[in-house]
Design a protein. Sequence first.
Length: 273
Amino acid sequence: MNTLEALILGIVQGLTEYLPVSSSGHLAIGSALLGVDVDQNLMFTVAVHVATVMSTLVVLWHEIWTLLKGGIKPLQAGRGIARLNSEQRYLLAIVVSMIPIGIVGVFFKDTVEEIFGSGLLIVGICLIVTATLLAFSYYARPRQKEEISLRDAFVIGLAQACAVLPGLSRSGSTIATGLLLGNKKSNMAQFSFLMVIPPILGEALLDCIKAMNEGVSAAFSGIETLPLCAGFLAAFFSGIVACKWMIAIVRRGKLIYFAIYCLAAGLLTLALS
């Protein structure tokens, strides 16, 4: 992988991690068009995913700091969840949302990859599924809720777990599922981006462990330092832009345009597969 290819793929990763169009699907498409095998560049994959997490921390640093400060406050009087303040309940909802992806990531990730792979056929099908989900969330009008409940957090987490399939957008699946459950648009983009931080870091850690088992030379095979840095910076800065843009888009309820895009991209991918 040369520097230009790494730059292009880094931008693709940074933009599509937050836009509801599937980063894994677009990386597969971009890699196929460039003739690059991203699966053989493990450290590049780790680098661009960590870069997108850092972009989230930059964009939502105030919200994260508020949650952390509220999270360490003493419990209130009462029983059960009533003892938690709003920040502690929010953090608990994030933890609950991580359960499904944690189980899938630790026990079934390799199995899913072996069964479905990352070929253009499955990417095209999953992009169409993403389009359908986004369209449903746009036209549905469920009763609005003030807070994301633990039950809803778990269901949204199930949607995130399903998004291990290439072409099924993680942000699109979680945001659309939350909206279909009646959660407010103003809440869902932020929750979706915050809940994804631990799983991405966890996946990066598992990939690093895998790299250590394979040996350093194998992990860095096919990529040099300059392309690796270029991909990281491209994913980081494009991620900042996409994260801010996506929060504004969700609040305005304009997800239908991404549904149209995913449908067109899915059909085109199927035609190319």
